[in-house]
Each structure stands twice: as C-alpha cells, then as structure tokens.
Design a protein around this ligand. Structure first.
Ligand SMILES: [Zn+2]
Length: 372
C-alpha cells in the first residue's frame, strides 16, 4: 500500500515527498507557507495596489508599464484584464511555438482588442523548434515542454528590455495550478543546449534560450517579476465565465490545453513517465478548498489515452515514422540528472538567489525549487 497524503492526493511515488507525523506531505506545507506569505483579501489587495502604484511611477514617460505573458489561456487572459484594472499600461507578450490551437489565437486577439493592448510576439522557427522537440523525445526525459517555458521566459525578458520596461507579470497561480515537483519538471538553458547538442540534427541559433549570462544580465537590469494572481481571490470557474461573458473568450477543455504540443507533452508524461499533471492541479485545488479529495481521487482513476489526432500531427511535423515513434516510447526513462544542467550552479548560488528573490528579481518558487 503506497502512502498517500491525508490532505492532498500526492503519494509516496512523488519525487522528494516526505510526510509529517499527521500524514501530511511536505508539498502541502510548502503550499501553506506560500499562503502565509501571499495572503489574499484586503491585505493582498492592498499589497497589489502598492505594487501597481510603484510600477506606475516607474513607468512615467514610457510607453508601457509592464510586460504580461499571454497564451490565450484562462490565467493569462485574466491577468491582462487585471493589469488594466490596476490602471497599468501592459504590453502583452506571446511566444508562439507554432503549435497554438485556433481557440488560443482567437482568445488572445479578442481579449487584447477589447482592452486595447498591444501585442509583441516571438514566432519560433518551425524547423528549429521541431529539431529541438525531437531531441527532447530522444533524450527520453519528461521535460519535453520545457522548450516553450524557457523560450517564453526569455521572450518576456527581451521584450521588457527592448522597451525599457522594468516589470514582468506572469499568470502562474500556486493556488490553482500547484507547483510541479522538481523531479517531474526541471528546466534551464544548459539542459536544453546539452540535449540538443547530443540529439539535434541542425544548428540551434534562433531559439531564445535562457543562458546563465542572459539570466544574470536581466537580473542586473533590475527587471522584476511578479505573479499578481498570488494576491487575489481566484475562483477559476467564475473567472472562466467572466472571460466568456466579457470578451467572448472560449474554454479549450483543460489546464494548458490551449497549445497542441502541450497536449501531446501531457499525454507522453502520463502514459510514458507515469507523471499525471492532474495530481498537481487537483492537489492545489484541494488545499484551497476548491475541490474535494474524493472527487479528485475518483477523477484521476479515469485514464486519458493519447490524443491520436495530435500524435499523427506530431509524427508528421517531427518527421518520425511509426517505428521511430514507437522506439521513442520504448526508450529507457531518463531524467535531468542524466544530463548537464545549471542545477549544481544554482545550488552553489543559493544565497545569491535568496537575495534576488527578496528583491523580486526571481519568483520564490524558483528559489525553493532550483537551489535546494
Ligand atoms: Zn499533501
């Protein structure tokens, strides 16, 4: 019998898990720690308003106050609306990995048009993205979607730098999304480069990778990163209805499902690596009282098979024959530990990143996850 947390649905198979004497897991405690650090209600609202005031002051004489990452998803669409509500002049930034769903594109445009917000897009070179994606599949690691995450981070930084903006807003919300255990999802620029050098067929020269030097450079430019959704009440179902009513925004059927490559990544994670992101999301919602533990345990029992239509598209675009694809599925599972990463460097720089977190130059979750 595998031990399961008495509060959330994480069990002993989750990497880095430990249980206290009451059978509550360390991830629940981390969640509570973040809750204490980012209270909502009047206190949270007050803090967020103060942040907005400072951003407005710093934005005087500039075209924009802050950069906001958008994907067409629920959280980032709401974040754009929220930044306008706070009286800010956001520049929306989108990294297009060329796998957007039609709904995602429509969502981005309907929200931005109505709110009169400019859009800065970095469109990835198709062939290069496919080469990188194929490399990660052959590396046989779970972080196949890390490419999009890292490229989005770099794109946000470079858009901010280009327009002399000192603030980046990110739509992450630990209360509804949770935080992925490190052993399930690790990414950094060196990891991507190392895997591509080993398995890539073409040169990587247009992918916006986040090198250590670039990362440090932006920190020294004092570009601050905030996660405004941490400070407010965020009942996800109500938010969706609000967006639909206000903007004609459309729901795409699941968390992060606005991107077709991400759907494929989730399928691979679940079916090849046994990593089911429903555990992360549901556990967060349970800790927040937005979902019952019973409902969550019942729902995760339902298997989600590969989306065949998307698998066919992936094989075609990545030029993988049926045999090659099967060979990839059968490869022994590897992890970030099998490749070179910045992790040992991040760990050595723990005091430095603590300082960066205290100055709002890196998110707390980065400090917790990457420097331990
Ligand atoms: Zn737990």
């Amino acid at each position: 019998m595998v031990q399961t947390c008495r509060r959330c649905i994480y069990d002993a198979n989750v990497p880095g898990i430990s249980f206290d004497s009451n059978g509550i897991c360390n991830y629940c405690h981390t969640h509570d720690e973040l809750q204490r650090e980012y209270p909502r209600g009047a206190v949270g609202k007050n803090r967020l308003n103060k942040i907005a005031e400072r951003i407005k002051r710093d934005g005087k004489g500039k075209q924009y106050d802050c950069v906001v990452g958008v994907s067409g998803g629920c959280d980032s669409s709401y974040l754009i609306w929220l930044s306008k509500e706070l009286g800010l002049r956001p520049l929306a930034v989108h990294f297009d990995n060329t796998w957007n769903s039609k709904i995602a594109v429509e969502n981005i445009h309907c929200v931005l048009k109505k709110l009169d917000v400019d859009l800065y897009t970095h469109v990835m070179d198709n062939e290069e993205f496919n080469d990188l994606a194929r490399s990660f599949l052959y590396a046989s690691v779970p972080e196949i979607d890390a490419l999009t995450d890292i490229a989005l981070t770099t794109t946000l930084y470079s858009a901010a730098n280009k327009h002399n903006i000192k603030y980046i807003f990110n739509g992450h919300n630990f209360r509804t999304e949770g935080i992925m255990p490190l052993g399930w999802f690790y990414f950094d620029g060196k990891y991507i480069d190392g895997i591509h050098k080993k398995f890539g067929r073409e040169k990587m020269d247009r992918f916006p990778n986040l090198w250590m030097s670039t990362f440090i450079y932006y920190m020294f430019k004092r570009i601050k990163r905030y996660r405004p959704l941490y400070y407010i009440d965020y009942p996800k179902e109500e938010v969706k209805q609000f967006l639909q009513k206000e903007f004609g925004w459309q729901w795409y059927g699941g968390h992060h499902m606005e991107n077709r490559y991400t759907i494929f990544c989730h399928d691979i994670l679940r079916n090849k690596f046994g990593i089911d992101q429903r555990y992360v999301e549901y556990s967060a919602l349970i800790r927040e009282g937005q979902m019952s533990r019973e409902d969550a345990l019942e729902d995760v029992k339902k298997p989600i098979p590969y989306n065949e239509e998307i698998v066919t598209e992936v094989k075609k675009r990545l030029q993988l024959s049926d045999d090659e694809f099967q060979q990839i599925l059968d490869l022994p599972k590897k992890s970030a530990r099998d490749y070179e990463t910045y992790h040992p460097t991040f760990q050595r720089m723990r005091p430095f990143f603590w300082l960066m977190y205290k100055m709002d130059l890196v998110p707390k979750s980065f400090y917790i996850k990457y420097t331990k």
